[in-house]
Write a protein that binds this ligand. Structure first.
Ligand code: SF4
Length: 204
C-alpha cells in the first residue's frame, strides 16, 4: 500500500481517463488526513482546478462555515476529497468509466485515512458510496454503516447556494450535527482521548 504522499504524486501525473486532458492540475485532497471526518464531493470545479485543492470556491466556503458552526471544527481539522480528481469539462457529472478509473485512488485513501465518519455531499457521491440509485433527499436524515465508518449523506453546498428557501441549508445543518454526534460516539472528535494518531495506533 502506498503512502498518501506517494498516492498524491501518482495522481498528479495520472492519465488513466480522459479528464486528464482538460485539467490544469489534478486535485487530490485538503485538510488533515488524521482527522476522523472525511468529506467526499463529486469532482473539482473551475476554482479547484486552478488552485489544485478541493472545495475552495463558494461551495467550499459554505462547507467550511457549516463544519465550523455545527461541528465546532475548522477547515484544517477535516479531510476533504472527491469521487474524481480531475475537473469534468463544463462541470458535467463524471461518466461511469471516469469514475471507475479514479475510484481506486479513493479506495486507497479510505484505507489510509481510516475515517470514523464520512460525509457525502450531493447525489453523486452519496449514491456511489452507498451503492444505490436513491437520491440524497431520500437518503439523508440518518447515518449508514460504510467501510467501518458512519456515513452521513447530505446535500451538496451548491444546492444550498442555488436557493431552496433555506430548507436545504437547514437540512445540511442537521446533517453536520449528526456527523458530529457520530464522531463523538466513535471517540474521534478532535481533542478527545481517541482522536490523535498516537491514540489510534495504541488502540490497534
Ligand atoms: S480523474 Fe482520476 S483517473 Fe482520471 S486522469 Fe484524473 S486522477 Fe486519473
Amino acid at each position: 500500500m502506498p503512502t498518501l504522499a506517494e498516492l498524491e504524486r501518482e495522481v498528479a501525473r495520472c492519465t488513466r481517463c480522459r479528464l486528464a486532458q482538460g485539467r490544469t492540475q489534478a486535485v487530490f485532497a485538503r485538510g488533515d488526513p488524521t482527522s476522523g471526518l472525511m468529506v467526499i464531493g463529486e469532482g473539482p470545479g473551475a476554482e479547484e482546478d486552478r488552485q489544485g485543492l478541493p472545495f475552495v470556491g463558494r461551495s467550499g466556503q459554505l462547507l467550511d462555515r457549516l463544519v465550523a458552526e455545527e461541528m465546532g471544527l475548522d477547515r484544517g481539522q477535516i479531510y476533504v476529497t472527491n469521487i474524481v480528481r480531475c475537473r469534468p469539462p463544463g462541470n458535467r457529472d463524471p461518466s461511469d468509466d471516469e469514475v471507475a478509473a479514479c475510484t481506486p485512488y479513493l479506495e486507497a485513501m479510505l484505507e489510509l485515512v481510516e475515517p470514523a465518519v464520512i460525509v457525502t455531499l450531493g447525489n453523486f457521491a452519496s449514491r456511489f458510496m452507498l451503492g444505490t440509485t436513491e437520491g440524497v433527499t431520500r437518503l439523508r436524515g440518518r447515518e449508514y454503516p460504510c467501510r467501518g465508518a458512519a456515513l452521513v449523506p447530505t446535500f451538496h453546498p451548491s444546492a444550498a447556494l442555488r436557493g431552496g428557501g433555506g430548507e436545504i441549508l437547514a437540512a445540511m445543518r442537521a446533517d453536520f450535527v449528526r456527523a458530529k454526534r457520530c464522531l463523538l460516539a466513535a471517540d474521534r472528535y478532535p481533542g478527545g482521548p481517541g482522536a490523535g494518531p498516537a491514540a489510534r495506533s495504541a488502540a490497534r
